[in-house]
Design a protein. Structure first.
Length: 458
């Protein structure tokens, strides 16, 4: 058969397939295997024992290995504790045939409704499956989605994965950190609070007094006065450096200080800023320039004696590979809400550990992700410190969390966050408690512009 006849025959066979499938008639095998793009394509039969295609339920290979637990339902909750929050909480609840439930969180700043919809899209990966097979389900959600995960898919998988581990721990009646090989330290996890802009020396002295009285050993500060642009002149660089010098002098040497530059600088300005703050002996400089520009991060890292931290916007271990292999960062800050849940955060920590990179996981959303992160923290050997996106003096948010869980979630005692002792993730939560704070809809993150009107980084 010449090439023209072959292609003509293939085209005629393909044209005949949809009608025969819709009518139920038996068609001859196509000359060319389907690429998966045919909307009328049915699932192909198994080719052999090592290659099986199924409709989402557990493969035949797992018969005899699975537990008696089955996922029966998946629920998603949007929770707005303030009307205009740009990060309303996205919680997921997974129910099973034996009454064991699991909770997880996939809060994503500015994209709450998108993540909620994406979680519901994952129903076919979950319903009827064994929740104990968390790794198998993670792989299925990530790989069978076909398009590689960005922040929306990553956050959806993260929420589900946390809930699966919660079920696993409850079914075995142990905290999740014991399933991961922890704890390393019975005292809990060292943490750090955030610092609001400190305008006066009196406010700085009060901050230090409160921190010392609470046993806080680490704080993270941001830029003063929303300085998003330093390229306009030397005056802004000088202003920021003097502010940070004042913070260091006011807090003294007994409290570690990290600085978040929030990816607001070009590589050239970032190099200058890192050089300027070297005398402050900082714990780290965070996101000195956009983390997706790996080469730019490398330029800054090679010129700085201050440790460089980044990672909160990365998804899955694959998103961290290049930074780790190139030795660009000293500290990874992957977020359990976006990186892929407990399974992915634990793997990232293991990858980082073999390259002598420390972990300081990002956690600036809701309370479930913070509690889930603690379980990973206490089971990894390379933890540096855990972010707590709160202030030294608790506010209304912390009161609501305590109302939900019955204990002061993510509040430190003598500078450490106590470990949950209950099975699973270590808390109980009810739908009724969440109903008091109905979903207020997705809100965009802050709109920030330079003086000339161009868009500035957040």
């Amino acid at each position: 058969m010449n090439r023209r006849k072959f292609l003509g025959g293939a085209a005629m066979a393909a044209a005949a397939l949809p009608a025969s499938r819709l009518s139920g008639a038996t068609a001859s095998p196509p000359l060319i295997e389907s690429c998966g793009c045919d909307p009328f394509a049915q699932q192909a039969p198994a080719r052999d024992a090592s290659y099986a295609i199924n409709t989402g339920s557990n493969p035949q290979a797992f018969i005899g290995l699975a537990s008696n637990l089955k996922i029966t339902n998946l629920k998603v909750f949007g929770v707005s504790i303030t009307p205009n929050s740009d990060r309303p909480y996205v919680f997921v609840k997974i129910e099973t045939n034996q009454g064991i439930i699991g909770w997880g969180e996939g809060t994503l700043e500015g994209k709450a409704q998108s993540v909620m919809s994406c979680i519901l899209d994952m129903r076919d990966f979950l319903i009827g499956n064994d929740p104990m097979q968390a790794e198998h389900l993670w792989q299925s959600m990530y790989v069978h989605t076909f398009y590689r995960a960005g922040p929306v898919i990553g956050s959806a998988i993260s929420a589900i994965d946390q809930a699966l581990w919660d079920i696993r721990g409850k079914a075995l009646n142990v905290p999740v950190y014991q399933l991961l090989g922890g704890p390393y330290d019975e005292r809990g996890v060292r943490g750090y609070y955030h610092v609001e802009s400190v305008a006066t020396d009196e406010a700085l002295a009060e901050l230090k007094q409160n921190a010392v009285s609470e046993g806080v050993s680490c704080l993270k500060v941001g830029m003063p006065d929303h300085d998003y642009e330093w390229l306009e002149g030397n005056a802004k660089i000088t202003h920021v450096v003097k502010y940070l010098e004042r913070i260091r002098a006011g807090l003294g040497d007994g409290i570690d200080i990290a600085i978040d530059f929030h990816a607001k600088m070009s590589p050239s300005v970032a190099v200058i800023m890192c050089k300027e703050v070297e005398p402050l002996k900082l714990l780290w400089v965070e996101e000195p320039c956009p983390p997706e520009n790996v080469q730019a991060m490398a330029r800054v890292s090679r010129r700085s004696t201050t440790p460089i931290a980044t990672g909160e916007r990365l998804v899955a271990t694959y998103g961290c590979r290049e930074l780790i292999e190139m030795g660009i960062v000293d500290i990874l800050q992957t977020d359990i809400n976006h990186v892929g849940g407990i399974s992915a955060l634990w793997k990232v920590a293991a990858m980082a550990n073999i390259s002598d990179i420390s972990m300081a996981p990002h956690a600036c959303e809701g309370p479930i992700d913070g509690l889930a992160t603690l379980h990973v923290d206490t089971s990894i050997p390379n933890l540096l410190v855990q972010e707590i996106c709160s202030f030294v003096v608790p506010g209304q948010k912390e009161k609501i969390w305590a109302e939900w869980f019955g204990f002061p979630a993510m509040r430190m005692v003598n500078g450490r966050v106590p470990l949950p002792t209950g099975p699973g993730l270590g808390f109980n939560l009810t739908e009724e408690a969440l109903a008091k704070y109905p979903f207020g809809g997705t809100k965009p993150m802050e709109f920030v512009y330079h003086a000339d009107g161009s868009v500035a980084a957040l």
